[in-house]
Design a protein around this ligand. Structure first.
Ligand code: SF4
Length: 898
C-alpha cells in the first residue's frame, strides 16, 4: 500500500477499507503511514463506535512509540467524545435515557393524556430517540405524514399526541437548562472548534445518522489530517459514501489470510449446543489454542447466559460474558421491592411470610422462620398491620398450647413482628429520596441483610439515581408508589461488577453487537434460530412499519438485510475456523433454523471420543451398578456428589423433561444427563413438527394483534401464509398445513368468542411466556414456557395448544403423567400472585377444549410427582421401568436399551 498523500506532502486525508480477515491491520497501517514519527500521542484523536475497541486502540497506538511517549492519545466513542466536549464547555445538565423516562412520567401525570399511561414510557422514549436521530431538524412534518400514510385514525391521533408530549418534554429541558443525550451531538458540534488535535483516526462500523454526519463533517473540517478505517463490508457502504464526499481518498486495504474453515451443526437442545461448543473448545486447547484466541457469539445472549456459565464451569472453562446481569435478577436485590410491595399490598399474609422466609435475611429468629407461616395461616390472618399486631394478644395459638417452648416462641414472634411491622409502616408515607434510602438501608440492616458486595453497591447507586430523578422531576417528597415503580425500573439496569480487566484464561462470550470488531482465530456463533437471528420485530403502536419507510426510520426489512450482512461478516472474521450452530428443540417444541441458514448443508458430525470433564468420566463409567437393560443406578459418593451439584437448587428442571423422567428415567438419563443426541430426528413426522411450530407461532402473532372476531379468520390466514412463505418447505406440506388449519378455523373462532363472552382477556405479556421459578420450600427450580394465559382481574386461565394426538388427558393428570399445565399453574400462581381458576388444553387435532375447572388436586399431584422425580434424579436413579412404557414406541434411544 503506498501512501500517496504523504509522498505529495499534502495533509493526510485517507480512507482505507480494512478487509475482514486482516489481523492487526490498524497497527500495521499506522506504522506504515509513519504516524508515530509525525504526531505525538496527544495530537491524536481516535474515535470508534465500540467502547472496548477504544480502550484497546489506546494501548495499540502507544505501543508504536516504543515506550517514548509521555502522554496518551484520546480514544473515545463518538458519543463519549461529544459528551466530554459538552461537559467541558456547557453548563447544561446531561439527561440520560432513564432520566428522560422520569421527566416524561412527570409530564405525563400533569398532561391528562388520553392515550398514554406510565407503561408507555418506553415507547415514548424510543420514539424520541428515533425522531432525534432521523429528524433532528424538527418533527413538524411527522403529523402531516402520519395523516397521509396511516389510514387508521387511532394510530394517527396517538402519534400526534405522542409528538405533542415530546415537544413539551423538549421545552421542559430548555426551561431547566438540561440536555438530552440524544441531542448531545448537535450541542457538541458548535464546540468542535476548541478541539486542538492534529490527527483524527476513525475506525469501525459507523452507520452515521444525520446528527452524526453533521458532527463528523465539522470534525473533518477542523482537524488538519484524517485517517478513516472502515471495514470492507456492505454495512459500512454508507460511511464510505459519506467520507469520500468529504474529500477523503479511498483506498483498498489488503488481506493476508485465507478464508476460515466453516462448520454448521444443529443440536437437539440449547444445552446440547453449549456442551458441543465447550467440548470443541476443550479439544482446541488440547491442540495448544489459547483461550484468548477463541470467541463465542450468541445473538440472543440472554437465553444462553446461565447455560454457558453452568456448562463451561463443568468443563473447567472460564467464560467472560460481556452481558452483565441485571440487578433485579438477584433475589437479594429484589427484597427491597418485596418490602415496598408488602406495604403497598397492605401487609398481606403471603407477602410477609415470603419476605421473612427469605434466605437473604440472617437476623430473623428461628421461631419466626419455623412457626410464622403455619400459625398465621391457622389463625386466619389475611392482611393489615393491625391484624398482625392483634393476633397474639388473643388466646395463644392452640398448636402452641402444649408445646414445651410455646411461651418463648410466642414472645419471640410477638417482639419481632411488632418491630417489623412498625419499621415497614414508615414506607406508607411520602418522603424525600434521601430519607427513603436511609430508612430502607436501616431496615435491611435490622433484618440482617446478607447480600454480595456488588449488589450492595448496585443498590446504593440506584438510590443515588433516585435522588437525581427526584431533583430532575422537581419532586421533593416522593409517594410510596412512585418510589416503588422508579426502583422497579432503575433495578433493571446492569450490575457493574467492577471487573473490567481482561483475564487471559477467559473465553469471551458476547452478543452480536460486540462482535463487530474482533480479531480471533476461532469463532463460535450459536443460537441461530428464527426469531432470534434476526430478531422478530416488535409491534410498535406509535410507528407502524408502513410509516417507518416514508419517515426514513429503519424498518424490519432493514434489520433483515443487516442480518444477512452480519452473517457474511461473521463468516469471514475468524482466521482459522468458525462454527455456526443452532438448537433444534426447546422443551417439546421444534425451533426453526434462522431462514438465513436453511439451505446450508450440515457439516458431518465427527465423534470426539475424549472425555473432557470429571462429570463426563463419571457418567460414562459409572462406578455404581450398571446394567444395560436395567438402566443406571449410581451408588458411589463421587457420582452422587456430582449429580447433587449439577442438579442442585439452581438447575432449571424443564417441566417437559420431568414428564420424560416420569415415563422412563433411563431415557432421561440418556438424553438429559449424558446429553446423547438422537441418532435420528425426533420421531414425529416432519409435517407434524412443522405444523406444531407454525400453529404456535401464528397463534402467538395473532393473539398479540388482538383482532376482533369478525377479522380473526382473515388475519389468521394472512399470518399463516406469511409464516409458511418464510419456511422454505415442500409446497405440498404447505398446502397440507393450510388445509389442516382452515378446517379448524370455525371451531377456534367460536372458542375465542366464548372466551370474550366470559370476560377472559388476553395479555400480550402472557403469550409464549418463559417461566422460571425457584421453589424455596422444595429446594429446586422449574422452568418451562406457557403458550398463553387468559386473565379476568387477577384470575388466570392457563392454556396449552396441542396439534398432535392427545388421548386421556384427564387420566394422565390423575396419574401424574401429564405435569406441564398443573406445574405452570403453580409457577404462575406463585410468581404472578394470581388466582389460577382453571387450565385448558386447546386440542386442535380434535377441535375441542379440555378444560379443568377445579385444578387444585391436579396441581398438588403434579407438585408431588415433580418433587419425587427431582429427588430420584439427585439420588442417581435412572432405571428402565419394569413395565414397557408407552414412550418406547417413539423413543429415539430404543437401540440402547432393548
Ligand atoms: S426404549 Fe423405552 S425403556 Fe428404552 S429408553 Fe426409550 S423409553 Fe426408556
Amino acid at each position: 500500500m503506498s501512501s500517496s498523500n504523504r509522498e505529495t506532502g499534502k495533509p493526510l486525508k485517507l480512507l482505507v477499507k480494512r478487509p475482514l480477515r486482516s489481523p492487526s491491520f490498524a497497527r500495521k497501517l499506522l506504522a506504515e503511514l509513519e504516524i508515530p514519527k509525525r504526531f505525538s500521542p496527544e495530537d491524536i484523536l481516535y474515535l470508534t463506535p465500540n467502547k472496548r475497541r477504544a480502550r484497546s486502540a489506546m494501548f495499540e497506538i502507544l505501543s508504536l512509540y516504543n515506550g517514548s511517549a509521555f502522554r496518551t492519545p484520546e480514544c473515545f466513542t463518538l458519543q463519549t467524545y461529544a459528551e466530554s466536549l459538552v461537559n467541558m464547555e456547557s453548563r447544561k445538565g446531561l439527561v440520560d435515557e432513564l432520566d428522560r423516562r422520569f421527566i416524561l412520567l412527570k409530564l405525563l401525570r400533569g398532561s391528562k393524556s388520553k392515550w398514554f399511561k406510565e407503561e408507555h414510557l418506553g415507547l415514548l422514549s424510543t420514539l424520541y430517540s428515533e425522531l432525534c436521530r432521523h429528524h433532528p431538524e424538527g418533527w413538524e412534518k411527522i403529523s402531516s405524514l402520519a395523516t397521509q400514510e396511516i389510514f387508521d385514525l387511532d394510530t394517527e391521533k396517538r402519534l400526534q399526541e405522542a409528538v405533542g408530549l415530546l415537544e413539551i418534554y423538549e421545552k421542559h429541558l430548555k426551561d431547566e437548562a438540561l440536555l438530552d443525550h440524544e441531542r448531545v451531538l448537535s450541542e457538541a458540534e458548535s464546540l468542535i472548534k476548541k478541539d486542538r488535535h492534529k490527527l483524527l483516526i476513525t475506525e469501525g462500523y459507523f452507520e452515521p445518522w444525520e446528527s452524526e454526519k453533521k458532527f463528523l463533517r465539522e470534525l473533518v473540517k477542523n482537524i488538519p489530517e484524517i485517517l478513516v478505517i472502515i471495514p470492507d463490508d456492505a454495512i459500512a457502504a454508507e460511511a464510505e459514501v459519506f467520507y469520500t464526499a468529504q474529500g477523503l481518498l479511498a483506498r483498498e486495504g489488503y488481506s493476508d489470510s485465507a478464508p476460515p474453515k466453516s462448520n454448521w451443526n444443529r443440536y437437539r437442545s440449547r444445552e446440547d449446543e453449549v456442551v458441543a461448543i465447550a467440548r470443541k473448545i476443550c479439544s482446541l486447547s488440547l491442540k495448544g489454542v489459547r483461550p484468548e484466541e477463541i470467541n463465542v457469539v450468541f445473538p440472543n445472549l440472554g437465553a444462553y447466559r446461565s447455560l454457558v456459565e453452568r456448562v463451561f464451569r463443568r468443563y473447567n472453562l472460564n467464560p467472560r460474558i460481556s452481558m452483565k446481569p441485571k440487578l433485579d435478577s438477584f433475589p437479594s436485590a429484589r427484597v427491597v421491592l418485596d418490602i415496598l410491595l408488602t406495604v403497598e399490598n397492605k401487609f398481606r399474609r403471603r407477602d410477609i411470610v415470603a419476605l421473612l422466609l427469605s434466605p437473604c435475611f440472617t437476623k430473623i429468629p428461628s421461631s419466626v422462620k419455623i412457626w410464622l407461616d403455619e400459625l398465621s395461616k391457622d389463625e386466619g390472618v389475611i392482611a393489615g398491620e393491625s391484624s398482625w399486631i392483634q393476633w397474639f394478644l388473643k388466646e395463644p395459638p392452640h398448636k402452641l398450647k402444649k408445646h414445651p417452648q410455646g411461651a418463648q416462641i410466642i414472645s419471640d414472634i410477638k417482639r419481632f413482628i411488632s418491630g417489623f411491622i412498625k419499621r415497614l409502616e414508615v414506607f406508607k408515607r411520602a418522603m424525600t429520596a434521601d430519607a427513603f434510602s436511609a430508612r430502607i438501608l436501616e431496615t435491611l440492616e435490622w433484618l440482617g441483610w446478607n447480600a454480595p458486595h456488588e449488589i450492595k453497591r448496585g443498590l446504593k447507586d440506584v438510590f443515588l439515581k433516585l435522588s437525581r430523578i427526584a431533583e430532575l422531576a422537581q419532586e421533593r417528597e416522593l409517594s410510596p408508589r412512585f418510589i416503588r415503580e422508579s426502583l422497579d425500573t432503575l433495578m433493571r439496569r446492569e450490575l457493574d461488577s467492577g471487573d473490567e480487566e481482561e483475564k487471559t484464561d477467559a473465553i469471551r462470550v458476547m452478543p452480536l453487537v460486540e462482535s463487530r470488531w474482533l480479531e480471533t482465530r476461532y469463532l463460535f456463533v450459536g443460537g441461530l434460530v428464527e426469531g432470534e437471528f434476526p430478531p422478530y420485530p416488535k409491534r410498535d403502536i406509535l410507528l407502524p412499519e408502513r410509516l417507518k419507510k416514508p419517515l426514513s426510520i429503519p424498518s424490519s426489512e432493514h434489520a433483515f438485510t443487516n442480518a444477512e450482512f452480519e452473517l457474511k461478516r461473521l463468516e469471514n472474521m475468524a482466521s482459522e475456523a468458525f462454527f455456526l450452530s443452532a438448537p433444534a428443540l426447546e422443551a417439546d417444541r421444534p425451533l426453526l433454523t434462522s431462514f438465513l441458514l436453511v439451505e446450508r448443508d450440515e457439516t458431518p458430525h465427527l465423534e470426539d471420543p475424549n472425555l473432557y470433564s470429571i462429570q463426563e468420566e463419571l457418567l460414562f463409567n459409572p462406578r455404581g451398578k450398571y446394567e444395560k437393560k436395567q438402566g443406571v443406578i449410581f451408588e458411589d459418593a463421587d457420582s452422587l456428589n456430582m449429580l447433587e451439584e449439577r442438579f442442585g437448587k439452581n438447575y432449571p428442571f424443564r417441566v417437559t423433561l420431568l414428564e420424560t423422567y416420569r415415563a422412563c428415567p433411563y431415557r432421561y438419563y440418556l438424553s438429559s444427563v449424558l446429553g446423547f443426541q438422537a441418532s435420528q430426528e425426533p420421531s414425529e413426522e416432519p409435517e407434524a413438527r412443522f405444523l406444531g411450530t407454525v400453529v404456535h407461532r401464528v397463534l402467538e402473532k395473532l393473539m398479540r394483534l388482538l383482532p376482533a372476531s369478525s377479522a380473526m379468520e382473515e388475519k389468521f390466514l394472512e399470518l399463516l401464509t406469511a409464516e409458511l412463505d418464510n419456511l422454505n418447505i415442500n409446497p405440498f406440506v404447505k398446502l397440507w398445513i393450510e388445509d389442516w388449519v382452515r378446517s379448524r378455523m370455525d371451531w377456534f373462532i367460536s372458542e375465542e368468542e366464548v372466551r370474550i363472552d366470559k370476560g377472559w382477556m388476553l395479555d400480550p405479556e402472557w403469550l409464549e411466556k418463559d417461566l422460571t421459578l425457584y421453589f424455596e420450600d422444595k429446594g429446586y427450580t422449574l422452568k418451562g414456557r406457557v403458550d398463553r394465559v387468559d386473565w379476568r382481574d387477577s384470575s388466570a386461565r392457563v392454556i396449552d395448544y396441542k396439534t398432535g394426538k392427545e388421548k386421556g388427558f384427564k387420566g394422565k393428570l390423575e396419574r401424574g403423567e401429564s405435569l406441564q399445565l398443573p406445574l405452570y399453574c403453580q409457577m404462575i400462581r406463585l410468581s404472578a400472585k394470581a388466582n389460577v381458576s382453571s387450565f385448558a388444553l386447546y386440542d386442535f387435532n380434535e377441535s375441542r377444549v379440555e378444560e379443568i375447572a377445579d385444578p387444585e388436586a391436579f396441581i398438588r399431584k403434579a407438585m408431588q410427582v415433580a418433587s419425587e422425580c427431582i429427588s430420584d434424579i439427585r439420588r442417581g436413579l435412572f432405571s428402565v421401568p419394569e413395565k414397557k412404557p408407552e414412550a418406547c414406541y417413539f423413543c429415539e434411544y430404543s437401540e440402547m436399551c432393548s
